[in-house]
Design a protein around this ligand. Structure first.
Ligand code: SAH
Ligand code: SF4
Ligand code: F3S
Length: 481
């Protein structure tokens, strides 16, 4: 090792031990190392952060991009960049498999670019067998970290640059919530905001509690401070994020109900639209339903995962509600906000699912009439209780049910979308249309997608659009003046 690198290794030991000083120290060190490398390469270093999985991961990726930009990287979407990071998901087996396949491709790029470093983080890394496999068979990966130590990224990144070996740091639990990490938003006008981390529910099929740890809520004043800063920076829409936002604030020193947090967020000037994700039916309070009726800013859309319509299976899934309770929630919501759009998640082929159970699910779909639904084939996750349940369902049976469910969901979604055809509604314009540059694409308050003629100057604005035609999953509209 050269002398100057030795000096940098020595510097590691002079790092302050308290936060945020420690993170600031490593940000500065990383910035200098990146500058040196760019000098050697003769051009700025590029980075590419690829997100798998949910909104939670998307938000984490924005924070990582914020750090990388601050230490001197040019952010790109090109996986031949000098630093490529996969932020992984493991909720279903196929999410997991994708990563291994794509790592092979990255290895090819790395052989051609001596500056290229590869990193992996996120939920998959919290599984010991994954990290073992990577250490054994994917030794070209330079850095691995998990879901609980994102705030340590500047330090881990610095160590990676100074080391010839794979740097691995996985913490079993979240130690602290570090506020004020830099972040580079994907959209200037909308942003996710974490309100809590982790999950305590242990639905029997789900790996999330094992890889994201126990539920911890952020202090309301920190959340509001972040949203005020976002609003001052031009953000119009916030999505409050947590695995089960309905249980937000219960474990704070001074408990705060989620409904009251929403009321506070609604007071922030400049924020026009508030969304949240995800809400567990067992904790959905009538107080929260009232907020939909009280404030226009709360978008008339609720994602309320059903998982199954069979009370027998719901019990095996450890969901703590039954079919009748779920249907009564929907009824109460519609009494308060008749036009509310409801969306859901449904799992098909859970162990022991009979044709009768499945028909119960179809029955709920027909009764509730969702605006859209994510449907998933059950995927066995090692370490979860359901993985060892008897009567795992044969794939052809599950697939056949899946198709029946999908066609019901699609038919109903298209019928539901018709109710807005011909109306003029506010659209938050998000981007230029990818296929046709004469169009822009935006979203209604209920989250439905609208394409209409317009130019990029409209991006980030909320404008009235007449919904001329309903195409099932989206609308084609025109500007009204
Ligand atoms: N916290 C959220 C869900 C997060 S995971 C909630 O409870 O609503 C997103 C969705 O993935 C879940 O709602 C569920 O439908 C699906 N899912 C989770 N584990 C799964 C598994 N093992 N197989 C198939 N789908 C699964
Ligand atoms: Fe998984 Fe259930 Fe927690 Fe959602 S509530 S993340 S489905 S354990
Ligand atoms: Fe996947 Fe982790 Fe989200 S497992 S769904 S990225 S919490």
């Amino acid at each position: 090792m050269r002398r100057e690198e030795n000096k940098e290794m020595d510097d590691l030991y002079t790092a302050p031990s308290s936060e945020p000083e420690r993170t600031t120290f490593f940000m500065e060190m990383a910035r200098q190392l990146v500058e040196d490398l760019a000098g050697k390469k003769g051009s700025p270093l590029t980075c590419c952060v690829v997100t798998f999985g949910c909104q939670m991961n998307a938000r984490d990726s924005e924070k990582i991009r914020g750090i990388l930009t601050e230490i001197g990287f040019l952010d790109t979407k090109n996986e031949e960049a000098d630093f490529v990071l996969y932020n992984t998901c493991t909720v279903r087996e196929n999410a997991n498999n994708k990563v291994y396949g794509r790592l092979g491709v990255l290895r090819g790029y790395q052989k051609k670019n001596p500056f290229m470093r590869i990193a992996l983080c996120g939920c998959m890394m919290q599984e010991a067998h994954v990290v073992e496999k990577l250490q054994e068979s994917y030794s070209f990966v330079n850095l691995i970290f998990g879901t609980h130590n994102l705030y340590r990224f500047p330090e881990l990144f610095t160590k990676m640059l100074l080391s010839d070996r794979m740097v691995v740091e996985i913490l079993p639990e979240r130690e602290r919530i570090v506020e004020d990490l830099p972040s580079k938003r994907t959209y200037p006008f909308k942003s996710g905001v974490n309100i809590m981390f982790g999950c305590n529910n242990f639905c029997s099929y789900c790996i999330v509690p094992y890889v994201r740890g126990r539920e911890v809520s952020r202090e309301p004043k920190e959340i509001l401070r972040e949203i005020e800063t976002l609003a001052a920076d031009g953000v119009k829409e916030v999505m409050l994020l947590g695995q089960n936002v309905n249980s937000y604030g219960k474990n704070l020193d001074r408990p705060v109900m989620f409904a009251n947090l929403l009321r506070e967020v609604a007071k922030v000037e400049g924020i026009a639209r508030i969304r949240f994700m995800t809400s567990h039916p067992k904790d959905l309070s009538e107080d929260l339903m009232d907020v939909f009726a009280e404030t226009e800013k709360l978008c008339p859309h609720l994602h309320l995962p059903l998982q199954s319509g069979s009370s027998r299976l719901l019990e095996k899934m450890n969901r703590h509600y039954d079919k009748a309770h779920y249907l009564s929630l929907v009824q109460k919501l519609r009494e308060r906000k008749p036009d509310i759009s409801l969306t859901t998640d449904i799992i098909v082929g859970f162990p022991g699912e009979t044709e009768e159970d499945f028909l119960e699910t179809l029955d709920v779909v027909e009764q509730v009439r969702y605006d859209s639904a994510f449907t998933f084939l059950y995927s066995k996750r090692n370490g979860t209780p359901a993985a060892s349940f008897p009567d795992q369902i044969e794939e052809p049976v599950a697939k056949e049910r899946f198709q029946r469910l999908l066609s019901a969901v699609q038919r109903i979604a298209a019928e539901r979308a018709e109710r807005f055809a011909g109306k003029t509604l506010p659209v938050l314009v998000e981007e230029q249309n990818q296929q046709d540059p004469s169009l822009v694409t935006g979203r209604l308050a209920n989250n439905a997608v609208v394409h209409f003629p317009g130019d990029v100057s409209l991006i980030g604005q909320i404008v009235p659009v007449k919904l001329d035609e309903c195409k099932g999953f989206y609308y084609v509209g025109s500007r009204t003046t």
